[in-house]
Write a protein that binds this ligand. Structure first.
Ligand code: G6Q
Length: 550
């Protein structure tokens, strides 16, 4: 991609100005900024694709934002974004286009790769996914004994697992009453064994999801599932009613024994961690139905349009991304916390961990030079309110600044009285507490009112002070619907894209995953043969222990 500058980002005028402004703002308190501007919420929040982002509790002023937008322009963000939407092979180390946005575009849209419109193929697979999902849900798709499907087992890992697993949990309120969804990713046989112990082969549909159809964990689990199925009394010919594949590799799918008619394809321009919108989303369509799956795609498309069309100053993914760059570069933030105030979004932090860390956890630039600045922070989190009773202590009083994204649906999916108000009260209270903190004088007043005084009071004061000034975003959606979920995930996808442009890394390759895979293949052989003489002492010692125990 041709960004508009060949300079290291740190040498550019916008970066230098940002560094100076961050230093000037370092002692500015969010309390003060709110005190000075009663309209800060209105000025620093925006709505897009049904979501609202409140970014007023960030340690920025209008000038900081102005400089961040200038940085984005200096890095050629708008041109880079247009190149992605135009199907330019921006994944330069793999020579691939990056067009997950095409997967959620409406009929009639046009997206080209190498001069060819990909939309007819996208629409055809979407149609087959929809039809298959409907047949399974209605019960017209039957197993080899004539029974309808009751259990769906998705076997896949990484990008072929996290998206559908996260979305199926998020949209449990929309799930089909007869179906139970299972996700098996780990090669640790515990996971598959536990699922197989709970399901009946005659009523189980296995979805083998693998872009390459060579991933060792998935192939091992798929082979074990197939053997279990056949051992349960079914014949080879029955596999066609119980195993479907989602892949780009038709030859390997056929080799495994899955009929081409049971394969749902996608394309090399869909990155694994960006693939839940493709046939990889088949479990989502099975679980929530075709219309809801398509509503999720449409929600994501709404965010795509916003990202493509809104000026940077009112562009939600760009703002979220630039704030992240700000803290990473100038406030030494080494991690960000994702706190969904929604139990249904429990897998969202894990999903974003892959999306952000696999995309931007890089230390060379797009042209292979060492990066000039810190790139992706560690992404972690848990749903609120559970996190409050665990790690929030560190967020409030630890030594590091850790920006938090609070994410919450305004309406609950259940009808239990009182719960949702309490949940949202906690969400708002936490972002406020992080922001305002508690001064020593406030602690003194509180302790005095509680009847304490003198040395005992003073000894407690430092422990009960909260520095405050700890930043957060709050992202609200009307309800956790398919449409909102689609918009939310697309928001983060585009955030990752923007950060990749600023940091000048290729967000769409994942060479870091490869080394471990290669070594594991070698060590499997060494565990069997015992021939590990050439390994280092630790590896040799560990291999010896494993062999001795087996
Ligand atoms: C995602 C990564 C990685 C990938 C898995 C599974 O972007 O490339 O998580 O999704 O390694 O790969 P397969 O789908 O090819 O089995």
């Amino acid at each position: 991609m041709n960004t508009s500058t060949q300079h290291s980002p740190c040498e550019t005028p916008a970066w230098q100005a940002l560094a100076a402004h961050a230093a000037a703002l370092r002692d500015t308190r969010l309390r003060t900024l709110f005190g000075e501007d009663p309209r800060r919420f209105e000025r620093f929040s925006l709505a897009a694709a049904g979501l609202t982002l409140d970014y007023s509790k960030n340690r920025v002023d209008a000038r900081a934002l102005e400089l961040l937008f200038a940085l984005a322009r200096e890095r050629g963000l708008e041109a880079a974004r247009d190149q992605m939407f135009a199907g330019v092979p921006i994944n330069n180390t793999e020579g691939r286009a990056v067009l997950h946005v095409a997967l959620r575009a409406p009929a009639g849209a046009r997206f080209e790769v190498d001069g060819e419109d990909v939309m007819p193929a996208v629409a055809a697979v979407r149609e087959r996914v929809g039809e298959f999902a409907t047949a399974v849900r209605e019960g017209s798709w039957r197993g080899y004994t004539g029974e309808a499907v009751s259990d769906v087992v998705n076997i896949g890992i990484g990008g072929s697992d996290l998206g559908p697993a996260m979305a199926c949990q998020a949209l449990a309120a929309y799930g089909h009453a007869r179906l139970t969804m299972h996700f098996v990713s780990n090669v640790d046989g515990d996971q598959l064994a536990q699922v197989l112990a709970r399901v009946n082969p005659a009523r189980t549909l296995f979805v083998i999801a693998s872009k390459t159809f060579t991933t060792i964990e998935t192939m091992t689990n798929a082979a074990s599932a197939r053997a279990w199925f056949l051992a349960g009394g079914a014949a080879e010919k029955d596999i066609a009613r119980h195993f479907v594949a989602v892949s780009t590799n038709a030859a390997k799918v056929a080799e495994f024994g899955i009929d081409a008619a049971n394969m749902f394809g996608f394309w090399d321009w869909v990155g694994g961690r960006y693939s839940m919108w493709s046939a990889v989303g088949l479990p989502i369509a099975l679980w929530v139905g075709r219309e809801n799956f398509e509503a999720m795609l449409d929600g994501a498309h709404g965010m795509d349009r916003h990202f493509a069309e809104a000026p940077l100053e009112a562009n939600m993914p760009a703002i979220l991304a630039l704030l992240g760059v700000w803290y990473r570069a100038f406030f030494h933030a080494t991690s960000v916390c994702i706190a969904p105030y929604s139990q249904a979004l429990a897998r969202m932090p894990a999903y974003l961990q892959q999306l952000e860390m696999e995309s931007n956890g890089k230390s060379v630039t797009r042209d292979g030079q060492p990066v000039a600045m810190s790139t992706c922070p560690v992404v972690w989190g848990e749903p609120g309110t559970n996190g409050q009773h665990a790690f929030f202590q560190l967020l409030h009083q630890g030594t590091d600044l850790i920006p938090v994204d609070f994410i919450a649906p305004l309406k609950a999916a259940h009808t239990l009285p009182g719960h949702h108000r309490l949940l949202l009260a906690n969400c708002i209270a936490q972002s406020k507490a992080l922001m305002v903190g508690k001064t020593a004088d406030e602690v003194r007043a509180e302790l005095t009112a509680a009847g304490m005084s003198g040395a005992a009071l003073e000894a407690l004061v430092p422990h009960r002070v909260f520095q405050g000034n700890r930043p957060s975003n709050t992202i609200l959606m009307p309800a956790l619907s398919p449409r909102s979920l689609g918009a939310l995930i697309a928001l983060y996808e585009h955030k990752v894209f923007v950060q990749g442009i600023i940091w000048d890394v290729n967000s769409f390759d994942q060479w870091g995953v490869e080394l471990g895979k290669q070594l594991a293949t070698r060590i499997v052989g060494e565990l069997a043969s015992g021939d590990a003489e050439h390994e280092d002492a630790s590896t040799r010692g560990l291999i010896g222990m494993v062999r001795a125990a087996s």
